[in-house]
Design a protein around this ligand. Sequence first.
Ligand SMILES: Cc1ncc(COP(=O)(O)OP(=O)(O)O)c(N)n1
Ligand code: 3NM
Ligand code: MG
Length: 229
Amino acid sequence: MTGAAAGLRIQPERVRELLRMYLVVGSPNCRGADPLHIVEEALAGGVTLVQFREKGPGALTGEARFALALRLQDACRRKGVPFIVNDDVDLALRIGADGVHIGQEDESAGEVRARIGGRRLLGVSAHTPEEARRAVEQGADYLGIGPIYPTASKADARPVQGTRLLSELRSLGIGVPMVGIGGITAARAGDVVRAGADGVAVISAVTGVPAGEVRTGVKGFLTKIREAL
Ligand SMILES: Cc1ncc(COP(=O)(O)OP(=O)(O)O)c(N)n1
Ligand SMILES: Cc1nc(C(=O)O)sc1CCOP(=O)(O)O
Ligand SMILES: [Mg+2]
């Protein structure tokens, strides 16, 4: 499937900035609130990248999932914020998303890069220096490193690793853009960035607060991130 053209041309030198405050979101994370409203509030607060991760108990399937992806992508387009699809390359191509995020249990990075072409962003989860190097060789634009802290948002998360792997990868000279993920709160965001991440990827600290607090919550994250850069 070739699908719709990607909407935004993302320059490689912009990737670090896009990772600063990365919202990962699906309807199961929104605790009954409208995911579109949560995403719009998060965009108003200043999130820099959004990943559609429709996964876990009660996740939408089929056309309802497709329709939600389109609505969230439209909201991101209106703000000029890139929209990434988790795991599902077919969906990303069908809606003309700006990229895909995959893990070690998904299709290989090389295969996904071949399918999405050079214009779309490719994010890959890595848990060791070897996985990080292989992902970069196969065309990853950025790495997702986690779980940094305990998380309730991913049932099959690997053991918590703290900020150790981020620092190790940087000390090995791996300079690719990286984002920390897993249990990250505004209070912890500075430590993640100081360890070497270009930004933080967050589910519950944004989607799990009352909708009226999402915007100020995101602004609070951005303050801590900027202080740590
Ligand atoms: C930014 C970011 N980093 C890591 C992940 C996790 O990806 P994966 O290991 O494939 O797990 P699932 O999210 O698919 O359950 C991510 N989604 N985003
Ligand atoms: C989607 C995801 N991936 C992880 C990894 O370790 O790769 S942790 C995680 C869940 C992040 O959600 P929260 O911010 O609520 O902890
Ligand atoms: Mg995955």
